[in-house]
Design a protein around this ligand. Structure first.
Ligand code: XIL
Length: 384
């Protein structure tokens, strides 16, 4: 009896051992991949920050499921809207800090790299600014805005997007209210102002379509001119509102190399990948564009319920290739931030056409990790 029992035990044990060996063999052959890392930020912690832009509900801790994803996966935060001029200073010298204070506190509580977005941007600006024609008056408001925000969050906000989207698609300077009223010098002036109020914060220039040759050239010129004129600029933010095939990996790589040659760090600041058809030839993220005539058009919203498997795979492969490229240039990249946490709240459900169902991020509408997430998490890491 005892002998039989022992034989059975040995048999079971050897079965378990062979199963483990088979699993190991498959795993070496890349068949089964179980990630050792528990989260995105943990996976890339030796190389760059990984983060997300968070919305008001997430800042106010009203969305528990998002919040647990954020705390687990990200070590840097960006404010999706609460720090924009129209919300933070809607009337001259009337500041609303409730939400932005909570945003910054969230970052501090969780030991995260905190981004301030954005000091000078023509979009989502307070109405009163649009009616100012006098340069001295406008400069006073610009100075008040920058000094108030940068001082309030001195030593807390780690990186400021000092200027957002100052360029046209052809690389020339955008005719924003700042350029029109203050003239070209406004750029170096605002960087110097930001530095004056917090000399240890990183200062960034942020824009979309910076992997398009003409606009990239314009951004290089802008950064060089800031440097020549003694303004501090630490990094360039490539927004990265991208599509499944565009921009090409080659163009992304060219931008990483070109910007880092200027001595600035490269950041991907608003990464999301749209899987939906675009209503115009020009890609990008011009927030003022809204195509009302396409609202409700079924052709423009082909996946209202679910993303087909073939598309899920395409998205996963695109993300995998992009992150492989990021790892290849890890010394040049300081941060990768997704523009949102889950597909459920992505701005791309409502832009550039309202009411669509898009799938641009790594977490789905049920807060679950998508195939794209796993592809990224299973990437082989460099040895150094
Ligand atoms: C977007 C927000 O996600 C939306 O909620 C808002 O309605 C419009 O702005 N470039 C930027 C971001 O720098 O601030 C924009 O965010 C997206 C494009």
């Amino acid at each position: 009896m005892i002998f039989d029992y022992k034989i059975n035990k040995v048999k079971t044990l050897s079965k378990v051992i062979s199963l483990i060996i088979i699993l190991c063999l498959f795993s070496n052959g890349n068949f089964i991949k179980v990630s050792k890392n528990s989260s995105l930020s943990e996976k890339f912690k030796n190389y760059f920050f990984v983060g997300a832009a968070i919305n008001k509900d997430q800042i106010l801790q009203k969305d528990e499921k998002s919040n647990s994803i954020i705390k687990k996966n990200f070590n840097t935060l960006s404010p999706e809207n609460v720090m924009k001029w129209m919300f933070i200073q809607p009337k001259p010298n009337i500041f609303y800090f409730d939400d932005s204070d909570k945003y910054v506190q969230f970052g501090l509580d969780n030991n995260m790299h905190i981004v301030g977005h954005a000091l000078i941007w023509h979009s989502q600006i307070a109405d009163f600014m649009n009616s100012i024609k006098d340069s001295t008056e406008m400069m006073q408001h610009v100075n008040n805005h920058i000094s108030t925000l940068v001082n309030r969050y001195k030593g807390k906000v780690d990186t400021w997007d000092v200027v957002n989207e100052a360029l046209n698609e052809d690389g020339t300077l955008r005719e924003s209210i700042f350029l029109k009223v203050l003239g070209e010098n406004y750029l170096e002036t605002v960087y110097k102002m930001a530095e004056k109020h917090d000399s240890s914060a990183d200062l960034a220039y942020n824009d979309y379509n910076l992997c398009e040759p003409k606009k990239r050239k314009g951004a290089i010129k802008l950064i060089e001119s800031l440097q020549k004129n003694g303004a501090k600029i630490n990094s360039v933010g490539i927004q990265a509102h991208w599509q499944l095939t565009s921009p090409s990996l080659e163009e992304i790589e060219t931008s990483i190399l070109a910007f880092s040659k200027l001595g600035v760090k490269v950041m991907f600041t608003e990464l999301d990948i749209s899987v939906l058809p675009s209503p115009w030839d020009q890609n990008g993220a011009e927030v003022s564009q809204n195509f009302k005539n396409f609202e409700g058009d079924k052709k423009m919203n082909p996946f209202p319920k679910n993303l087909p498997n073939s598309m899920k795979t395409k998205l996963a492969e695109r993300y995998e290739n992009i992150f492989k490229l990021f790892l290849k240039h890890k010394e040049k990249i300081s941060r990768v931030t997704f523009w949102g946490v889950t597909d459920k709240f992505s701005w791309l459900n409502d832009w550039p056409i309202k009411g669509r169902t898009n799938y641009p991020l790594l977490f789905d509408r049920n807060y679950k990790e998508k195939k794209a997430y796993h592809r990224i998490m299973n990437l082989n890491m460099p040895n150094n």
